[in-house]
Design a binder for this molecule. Structure first.
Ligand code: BGC
Length: 484
């Protein structure tokens, strides 16, 4: 493609040849998906209240789970640790060596794709699969060695109630998982049993959320880090709260200034639908999900759902709006739920060509639909609207934590496929933060969201190390097993 055909910075002019009915439709979608500054602020106000409620004895929509990670690492942590990360898409096994040199580490890792059928199967199959992957990892990296017991940090990125750091009762599956027999149970003994069955010399010393791992790993290298976030298949954040501001753990009588990492689980924000501007498409996503009524915020912002929102809008235009688009085309592939993931939207937003030829190829390749120029323009605008809404709403969670904690400036470390791969997500989020937190035009951004250190590898190892150090020092609050 010649240079003159490359995308102009603004695509406004490209709407010039659009038929009026499509232009009207785009306007309608813009109204539906745009979250303006006033609404952002309203959302943040409500968010702050909900965060506080989650810390209270009564609780609320947002679980605000206490993690029993009581403070940041010092850089003096040492030793070898296994880290196991059960994410929404992949399973990762790592061995992390925290070295004698302050703040340095080595990491060896293997990644395994979680087979789709495991996500909705029986619990034994899942634990067996995970234990198999750990066994393979040890056999490959430690062939023929006699290993002494290795401490393991288990990153389990689902909401879990933790009375102890080495324990976690799954509150509910999120991110489309629906495995029988795990909700309401402690997952640590389940994994331990599967590892023991294979005689693997491993002790699970901490159950960790990916956000807490991200917070701790990033704070290890950057002490301005105050919040760890995931913008990926699911969404969530963790931050340090003072024990004195957590009424629900009052009975532990911790000194009020003890730092306690809180895994917010704010994907559940606004489950009672008070403030989020839900569209008819968001309502369908919720209705048809394995857990209706749960994870309202997540379902509007997380990678798992962005492609599905896009698909539902297109299908609505085909079926309910007089076949406004894709006339005389076979749309059977588009009818399959979750057939498009967020990388489909990323690719559309990244199409560098003025005539959107890459988008056209993508539709043909993925959906067997031949899309004409005005339809391509509509699809591009729709992807922008969905991606922008996700980024702006995502900023609300960060702004709410900063407001609650009265943090004027800090670094927020973020991970997850949407943050790392979705075009313009970072800039759109930064702009929304500016609108919410009212920085003067001449001021630099005071709260910045940056790419995180490896939370589920280094973060999990650090949390395992911190837990063992605490156990050795006899500070056993929030530790269940005899660890040393
Ligand atoms: C889970 C969280 C997790 C987030 C990001 C959500 O669905 O409930 O525990 O931190 O996804 O992975």
């Amino acid at each position: 493609m010649v240079e003159s055909a490359r995308r102009r910075p603004s695509r406004k002019g490209s709407m010039a040849d659009m038929p009026q009915n499509l232009l009207d439709q785009i306007k309608e979608l813009e109204e539906l998906f745009t979250v303006d500054q006033a609404r952002l602020k309203q959302i943040v106000n409500h968010f702050v209240k909900e965060l506080t409620k989650g810390l209270s004895k009564e609780g609320g929509n947002i679980p605000m789970n206490v993690t029993w990670v009581l403070g940041f690492p010092t850089g003096e942590e040492k030793g070898s640790y296994l880290a196991l990360d059960m994410g929404g898409t992949n399973l990762r096994v790592c061995e992390v060596v925290l070295s004698e040199e302050k703040g340095e580490f080595d990491i060896t890792q293997s990644k395994y794709r979680i087979p789709e059928e495991l996500k909705t199967g029986g619990s034994d199959d899942m634990w067996e699969y995970i234990a198999d992957c750990v066994q393979q990892f040890l056999e490959y990296h430690h062939e023929g060695e006699t290993l002494s017991e290795l401490p393991l940090g288990f990153t389990f990125s689902y909401p879990a109630t933790q009375d102890y750091v080495d324990h976690g009762i799954l509150q509910r599956w999120t991110k489309g998982f629906d495995i029988d027999g795990v909700e309401g149970e402690d997952v640590v003994p389940m994994l331990s049993a599967a590892l023991a069955k294979r005689k693997l010399p491993i002790k699970i010393v901490a159950l960790i959320n990916d956000t807490t791992g991200t917070l701790i790993a990033s704070a290890y290298t950057d002490t301005d880090t105050k919040i760890g976030c995931i913008f990926g298949t699911g969404v969530n954040a963790a931050y340090m709260e003072n024990a004195g501001s957590i009424p629900k753990i009052e009975h532990y009588n911790l000194p009020p200034d003890t730092p306690v990492a809180i895994n917010c689980e704010y994907g559940a924000f606004d489950n009672d639908h008070v403030v989020l501007p839900m569209t008819p498409y968001d309502i369908i996503i919720d209705r048809d999900s394995p857990r209706p009524g749960q994870q309202a915020f997540e379902k509007m912002t997380a990678g798992l759902y962005l492609g599905e929102i896009f698909r539902l809008v297109l299908l609505d235009l085909v079926d309910n709006k007089n076949q406004l688009i894709f006339q005389n085309q076979d749309v059977s592939k588009l009818r399959k739920p979750y057939t498009l993931d967020s990388s489909f939207l990323s690719a559309i937003e990244e199409d560098p060509f003025e005539n959107l030829s890459e988008t056209q190829d993508l539709f043909e390749r993925t959906l067997d639909i031949r899309v004409n120029k005005p339809e391509l323009e509509l699809c591009r605008r729709l992807a922008e609207l969905i991606g922008t809404r996700a980024a702006r709403l995502s900023a609300c969670g960060v702004a709410a934590i900063c407001t609650k904690k009265n943090i004027r400036s800090c670094h927020v470390s973020a991970d997850g496929s949407v943050f790392t791969k979705y075009p313009h997500f970072k800039e759109r989020g930064a702009r929304a933060l500016r609108e919410i937190l009212d920085w003067a035009p001449h001021e630099d951004d005071k709260v910045t969201i940056n790419a995180a250190e490896d939370g589920s590898g280094v973060g999990a190892a650090l949390i395992a190390a911190l837990t063992l150090e605490r156990a050795k020092a006899g500070n056993l609050v929030g530790i269940k097993q005899k660890l040393c």
